[in-house]
Write a protein that binds this ligand. Sequence first.
Ligand SMILES: [Fe+2]
Ligand SMILES: [Fe+2]
Length: 171
Amino acid sequence: MKNNMGNINFSEQLLSLWSVENMLVEKMPSMMDKASDFGLKKSLALHFEETRQHRTAIQLICKQLDIDLRNTSPNKQLQNILQEGERSMEGKQGGDLDTVIIRTALEVEQYEISLYAEAAEMAEAAGYKGIAGRLWLTQEEERQSETKLKFFEGLLLKETAEIGQSIAQYH
Ligand SMILES: [Fe+2]
Ligand SMILES: [Fe+2]
């Protein structure tokens, strides 16, 4: 099966998503632990639960389509985002660390949003209506997570600006 963006195969796309969601289920808890803002921590924890459901959904779709999930290779692009994020987190704490966590998580969500949109379109093109519906639903949850992260990013920027202002008042 080929889509109109080249010869990306639907089952390869599902295998990418399987790798992505697995990696995230593995890596998200340490990001949650590192976050210091309570709201951010809680929001990451909620999305972690959704991420586990995303993984199960992909597993069920692959089972339905008879796609073998053994011996899948890790998704390079997500690996790079996570490695880059971990490098940037080193030596940081508090608000600075939260900023890097948010930036990394935003990159992850944006990547997931594009992967899910492509996968859902491929499912539609192949006539798998139910599967497409589930993939769009997941994509919507990734979008909502992105929106929440942007909210926390805005809060942090505002706090940093206010701290800057109050320091300036004393000089
Ligand atoms: Fe996800
Ligand atoms: Fe996500």
